[in-house]
Structure formats: C-alpha cells, structure tokens
Write a protein that binds this ligand. Sequence first.
Ligand code: MRU
Length: 356
Amino acid sequence: MLPTIECRDDAIVMIDQRKLPAAEVYVTCKTAPEVAKAIKTMVIRGAPAIGVAAAMGIALGMRRSKATGTRQFTTEFQKTCDLMAATRPTAVNLFWAIDRMKRAFADAAQGGGSVAEIAQRLEAEARRIHDEDVESCRSLGAHGAALVPESARILTHCNAGALATAGYGTALGVIRAAAAQGKRVAVLADETRPFLQGARLTAWELVRDGIDTTVITDNMAGAMMRLGSVDLVVVGADRIAANGDVANKVGTYSVAVLAKAHGIPFYVAAPISTVDLDTADGDRIPIEERSDREVTHVGASRLTPEGARVRNPAFDVTPAQYVTAIITERGIARPPYAESLAQLVGSRQPAVGSLS
Ligand code: MRU
C-alpha cells in the first residue's frame, strides 16, 4: 500500500505530494510546527490525510515536550492543537482529529496520568486515528463497489485516493474495490486546476494499480458526458453539512450539475469523520482561498499578465440536490440527507445496505 504518512524513528515521514509524479521524495518532520507547515504547504493534503497528519503531529510535539508538570504540558498541548487547527479551514476531518486528541488528553489527565503517560496515550490515539482511517476507506470502498456496474466508465475530480487518506482512498477506494471484484472500470480523471491533483496524483495512483486511466482537462467533463462516455461520477469530500451539502475541491459543483443534466449518478465517498452535523448547510462551510500564484503560474512559468486580478477558492459547495448518494463506512446515505446522515452518524455498528 502507498505510504502516505508514517511514524519512523521519532519523526513523521510523508511522501511529498507537491513533487509527484515527477519525483518520489519524502519529507521528514521532527517537530509539530514542521508537520503544521507540511499541511499548510500541501506536502500532505486531502481531508482524511490532514486529520491523520495533525493527530500524529500533536502526538509528536507532546512526545518531544520538555514540560516537567502537567500544567505546562497542558498549555503546550493547547498551543499545538491551535497550531494544527490554523493550517487549513475547510476539511472538517482536521478539527475532528484534533477533538479526538483533546478527548484522549482529557481522559488521560483526569485519570491522574503523568506527562509521560499522557504523551503515550496521545501516541496511541494518533495511531488509532491512522489505522481507523484505512479501515474506513476499505469498508466504504466495499459499500460503494455495489453501486458500480460490471462495466463502468467513472469520472472523478481531484484526488480522493490513498494519498488523500491514511491509505486506500475514498472515491478511489470505491474504484479499487470495484476493480478488485473483477468489474471492468475505466477512470476519467479531471486534471483539477490549479494544483493538478487529478492529473498528477489520481493518475499516478491508478496507473500504479493498473487501472485504465484517462486524464482530461476540467472543461472536458461536459463534453465527455454528452458523448455518453461517463456512467457515473464518484468524488471525495472535505466536509458534508447536516443537510447533505458537500464541500469538495473547486470544480466538483460544475461536475455535479453536469451529471444531473445528463442523468448520470453523482456519488460522494467519505468517512463519517467528514460529516459535520454541527454545520447546518453548505453556506456555513468556510472555504479556503489559496495564493494567487497557484493560478497565475504553472511551476516557474507565468500564465497571466501582470495586473489581472485572480481568485483562488480551493473548494466549492455542491448542494445536496445534486448528490445521488453518500457512501460511508457505515453504509450508504440517500436523500433526505438530514435523516439518513444523522442516522449513520448516530449508529455505532456498520450499517448493511442503504438507508433512504
Ligand atoms: O486541497 P486538497 O488537495 O486538500 O483537496 C482535496 C480534496 O478536495 C479531496 O477531494 C477531499 O479532501 C477528499 S480526500 C479523500
């Protein structure tokens, strides 16, 4: 399996997603601020992956703490959590993972644990978050594969693969599971301007897996649908509001509207950690604006004239009405999402089949 992120010799090692596919290089983070910087600068990206990275970064920071008493240790812990929370605003998995680390800290501290014991508890929690994410991807992949016909041409946007998670992927988890079942799948990967997650990362992952992959520019999706070349769409998500509105990589909304216009199913694959019942609808999801340079340049080459203004919202919101179903590790939610998502979030046991 692809090593997106792992703990090695008192450090966290991540594959540098900015460099793929031209170079397979790894970044080693020895401190929590280094992990925060890696998240902010997209060394590691993708909603579940940044949650895992934040948890591992917090555990690393606290293991390296020189605090002698729990009071100082608590202050440092809070600062480290704040540092991670300030990296990227849209993916709720980041805040979900930080909350889990806070609960683990509180449990260990309330039990009268020493600094060393709390640090150990945090490490164990970060490891659990990592391992559970892989498990979730495999389960949601299995649920989602049931929605894929024996032969399917699948369009995806951005990268919701092993690189965007602790392993296996969400949207690509569904595709991988369908392929593993012997279904004939061919993927159309949107290139995903401006960071090119589709052209660089999704295509890299799928080609490595031997899955039939065709890269298209983002503006070709409609033409492909009109030509009858797309059977279904599956994408990941950064945050799913209580009413089923979905924030995902900018461009997802256009794909969803096009899919509806062509009668093509539009599926969202995401772990329950991406569902945010505290956010009522998509209008309340904070959308990250990234630097102009991502739009004005490709590598070192400038594309746009000096003086032209630029917008770079990294995500958009797809209203729930365009979403055919939401695939999670606990089962498949269908409209009305206010009910089906609340039921899945509330359920502890993996659900079998669909909720509607
Ligand atoms: O800016 P990115 O690359 O972090 O955005 C990633 C996406 O939008 C993914 O589709 C989403 O996080 C789901 S990843 C399983």
